[in-house]
Design a protein around this ligand. Sequence first.
Ligand SMILES: NC(=O)c1ccc[n+]([C@@H]2O[C@H](COP(=O)([O-])OP(=O)(O)OC[C@H]3O[C@@H](n4cnc5c(N)ncnc54)[C@H](O)[C@@H]3O)[C@@H](O)[C@H]2O)c1
Length: 268
Amino acid sequence: MTIHPELVEKVHVEAAKYPSLKGKGVLITGGGSGIGASLVEHFCAQGCRVGFIELNANVADETAEAIGKKTGNKPFYRAVDLRDIDALKAGIAALRSEIGPIRILVNNAGNDDRRPIEEVTPEYWDERFQTNLRHQFFAVQAVVPEMAEAGGGAIINMGSISWMRGAAGLIFYTTAKSAVMGMTKSLARELGERNIRVNSIAPGWVLTERQVERAKRIYQGKFSEYLEVQCLKEHLLPPDIARMALFLAADDSRLITAQTFIVDGGVV
Ligand SMILES: NC(=O)c1ccc[n+]([C@@H]2O[C@H](COP(=O)([O-])OP(=O)(O)OC[C@H]3O[C@@H](n4cnc5c(N)ncnc54)[C@H](O)[C@@H]3O)[C@@H](O)[C@H]2O)c1
């Protein structure tokens, strides 16, 4: 994973160890790069059996290799376009045969490309919802039986603070991401009796490779301007999100469900 040393601060804090995570089957979507790759790395470092879904096979392969070398616990992956629900379900089934029963699901994949209102077609709208929302529900549907059979599980859906701030230029994304919060609450209610916890993380601006490249290309000033709106004057990095996910996946958060956790450095 390339972190851009001239722009990003290092995360100096050593990650916590969660004994309850050891050996658990973890499924992460969009695990090839960005926050997803950091999630994969953090769960591998906990001794979990990790499988991830990724669109880009080359990226997935490189990430799996690098994380295997770094943690000594190589993750499994399937190259799948999760806009195709049958392919997603087949990918999950294939990973299950490698990692065992899935006890933790992190619905991370998404894409925040921009397009002005005038250029949004019904097809594009539907495609954006397939990329940013629909797969989260169907991944949950695929793993609920094995979580219930095992006595419980933890699901974490990736949201965003963008809709809370009324971000412009990506209304299809903000609309889908606002729905993640509602879906999380209803899933938590419906699955609570099976001891399956469902929470959401709403990140602020996280300096992933893609975000850094885009900001450099389009508007350099974003780096300093964003720190002005954050209470804490340091850019978020993927591990800042992954570490919240570890806590929400571990038994340490055993009675926490139906919540959305904002991790944004205090955007006010
Ligand atoms: N980076 C941020 O500032 C930020 C802020 C708020 C929310 N988020 C959310 O966090 C999550 C991860 O974002 P990120 O910034 O790491 O994104 P990213 O683009 O860096 O990584 C997303 C990964 O998901 C994969 N992916 C995308 N579409 C896919 C598909 N159809 N099938 C399979 N894989 C697919 C991509 O190939 C990529 O590896 C997303 O849900 C995003 O909306 C990110």
